[in-house]
Design a binder for this molecule. Structure first.
Ligand code: NAG
Ligand code: NAG
Ligand code: NAG
Ligand code: NAG
Ligand code: NAG
Ligand code: NAG
Ligand code: NAG
Length: 420
């Protein structure tokens, strides 16, 4: 018989081994669970990452699929109206005012989707201006909405004035304001909020002088048209008109000065006058000239297919909003209000800078009310903010708060993450 002590020793050893292996087994199971949990977690993390990448690539200005844009070329049916010619007017609109707007918040997921949607149809950055790469001196151009027999030859001077590359190349801004010219802006006090934007779009050379409190002072992009040249600057026929125009252009600093030349053949004469003027004064102004080529099919196609919106022509304001969508994150629209009364039923002028023109008829070629419907739905989604009332004098931009929780390149907070 072995002594009791030895037996006890063996029992303790066996017990310990049993306990140890039990512990080891438990540990292994635990480890396996840990592994399973870990791999589960990493799958989740990858999903989140791919969402983020999709969002971030939507903000990538250099990334564009040319083939997608080409698909819009087919099945075009453009009408023979100049989308930028205001002379075709008609009886006016029936709608007088819009329903009150609910409070607004920026939705970055929607913004990313809107950017992706736009990119699928239309390379805004590339199409915004002809460049030296697109044409040569002597290239014969046609007009988007005039018959084929109307032509325009690129002169050596015009060629010289064309930019080397798109003036929007590589541009990305957080806060952009697009200023429409509705009389709703009068007494709005929106100037401060507008001037907080990084980039401000204006339409048709609208004045800011004397209206700073309501429309702000900044201008970084302005559209121009032949009727302004004719009515406000008498086709630059006299020295006085040339000096006056030069002062206006110099006041724009280094803003982009955008001319939709190749939309309609009646723009040929203003285009030649502007070419002469800008060539003659090429060392006296800092504006960046942008000459829209034949791009209406792209933008009209985008609005027709993406927003089921078809008009003889889009307003310059909606064109500018579309440009902003390509290069900006938070977009506020001011003065986009094609109605004859404000929300309280007071009559408002057509343009803020023509305060007496209360009963001016609204152009029917523009379908401004239908356009406004699309803009309002984008407002509701948080893609853009339509301001149709007085502004808070402090003037706030949502993205300043958003960036505190999700700095650029934007990470979509988990609770609003969706499949893009
Ligand atoms: C943006 O696009 C360019 C060109 O396609 C690509 O090289 C780059 O990696 C993209 N960046 C991001 C953040 O997606
Ligand atoms: C273009 O539109 C007009 C009017 O809507 C129509 O009559 C015509 O058949 C269309 N042409 C083509 C080629 O689709
Ligand atoms: C051209 O600008 C003038 C002056 O602002 C404006 O009244 C007119 O509607 C504009 N025309 C076009 C075609 O945009
Ligand atoms: C933002 O838009 C997405 C996609 O439409 C939606 O799922 C989400 O609820 C929105 N977020 C907020 C805060 O409204
Ligand atoms: C926008 O224009 C203002 C002057 O109107 C200028 O101070 C500012 O630097 C411009 N911003 C950009 C991004 O060009
Ligand atoms: C304008 O400036 C360029 C160089 O910046 C110079 O070569 C040219 O002679 C100048 N033209 C005029 C008209 O002053
Ligand atoms: C505008 O039209 C309304 C009704 O049609 C009329 O009562 C008002 O006097 C007009 N205002 C001006 C300034 O012509």
């Amino acid at each position: 018989m072995p002594p009791r002590g030895v037996l006890r020793y063996i029992a303790v050893c066996v017990g310990s081994i049993f306990l140890l292996s039990l512990l080891a087994m438990l540990h292994r199971v635990h480890d396996r669970e840990k592994v399973t949990k870990k791999s589960g977690k990493s799958t989740l993390r990858e999903d989140a990452l791919s969402d983020d990448l999709a969002v971030q690539s939507a903000f990538n200005v250099s990334d564009f699929d040319e083939d997608q844009e080409e698909s819009l070329m087919t099945n075009q049916n453009v009408s023979l109206y100049d989308p930028f010619d205001e002379t075709v007017t008609s009886e006016g609109l029936l709608v007088t005012k819009i329903p009150k707007q609910p409070p607004w918040t920026l939705n970055m997921t929607e913004v990313a989707m809107a950017k992706k949607g736009l990119r699928k149809y239309f390379n805004v950055v590339k199409r915004i201006s002809l460049t030296k790469k697109d044409v040569q001196p002597g290239t014969i151009m046609h007009f988007d909405q005039s018959p084929e027999n109307y032509v325009f030859s690129i002169s050596p001077m015009l060629y010289d004035l064309l930019p080397e590359r798109s003036p929007l190349q590589g541009m990305h801004h957080r806060k952009c304001a697009v200023i429409g010219n509705s009389g709703i802006l009068l007494d709005s006090g929106c100037g401060n909020e507008i001037d907080k934007a990084d980039f401000v779009f204006r339409c048709n050379f609208a004045p800011t002088k004397g209206y700073e409190r309501d429309v702000g002072t900044k201008t970084n992009f302005t559209t121009f048209n032949g009727s302004i040249l004719q009515y406000r600057f008498k086709y630059l026929a006299t020295e006085k008109d040339r000096r006056k125009f030069l002062r206006f252009v110099q006041a724009l600093g280094d803003a982009i000065f955008w001319m939709p030349v190749f939309t309609y053949h009646t723009n040929a004469i203003p285009a030649r006058i502007l070419t002469d003027f800008f060539w003659e004064n090429r060392n006296k102004t800092n504006v960046k000239l942008a000459w829209l080529g034949n791009a209406l099919k792209w933008i009209n196609g985008y609005w027709r297919v993406k927003h089921q919106f078809k008009a003889y022509r889009l307003t310059s304001g909606v064109f500018m909003y579309t440009v902003a969508q390509a290069i900006c994150d938070e977009i506020h629209l001011y003065g986009f209000y094609p109605f004859q009364e404000d929300e309280e039923g007071h009559p408002i002028p057509y343009h803020y800078y023509e305060p007496k023109e209360v009963n001016q008829t609204y152009s029917r070629v523009h379908k401004m009310d239908a356009e406004n419907l699309v803009l309002r739905s984008l407002h509701t989604k948080g893609v853009l903010k339509l301001t149709t009332r007085k502004c808070d004098p402090q003037g706030s931009w949502d993205i300043d708060n958003y960036e505190k929780v999700a700095p650029f390149p934007y990470r979509i907070p988990p609770k609003i993450r969706t499949n893009l």
